[in-house]
Write a protein that binds this ligand. Sequence first.
Ligand code: PRP
Ligand code: URA
Length: 209
Amino acid sequence: MKNVTELNHPLIEHKLSILRDKHTGTKEFRELVGEIGAYLVYEAMRDVPLEKTTVETPIKTIEMGRLNEDNFVFAPIMRAGMGLLDGVINVIPNAKIAHVGMYRDEETFEPVNYFFKAPEDIANREVIILDPMLATGGSACDAIDLFKKKGVKKMRFICLIAAPEGLEKVTSLHPDVPITCAHIDDTLNENKYIVPGLGDAGDRIFGTK
Ligand code: PRP
Ligand code: URA
């Protein structure tokens, strides 16, 4: 699928096999979400532009690229997106953080936005939206819309598991937003949960069920 990158690596499959397992406890689940989140950011930033800088090594002075970390904003979609934050902030420690509060209505499966707080100058920054699950794509699309309304021009979306239905929706409504995921699953069930998926990511991260 155009503009969608799936991590394809035996170690990611190994980690996903533990994450998906219903017997995996909260502590290990949380740690794995953060860890895979870091790998996702590395992949998502593959084409990121660097600024030229001069570095004096003990041996020689060279020109090389450096990231302007201040330019980036991580935007977890709450609650479950918060689980990715620890891992990704280790990769770009000076990034800013925007919080997007959203939950899926249990009957309509439509996202409801209950909170939004972003840096004041968000329009001049690049936003990396975080959410472990991309199911119908409703939450992702609404979050992207919120940032576009604030004037953000460059966004990336990262998730652990994506359903083909959601990817289709996000890539057709927002072809300018590249998506990086750890795995594309088979489909959605009648309750719009990803199959095989890993269950309810928020509940498993926060131990609420
Ligand atoms: C989950 C998940 C996404 C959304 C995906 O959140 O973290 O935000 O569902 O579904 P969609 O693609 O069909 O919109 P949920 O609404 O369960 O809230 P939570 O993170 O607070 O548990
Ligand atoms: N939200 C989740 O947490 N899991 C799914 O499978 C779908 C939406």
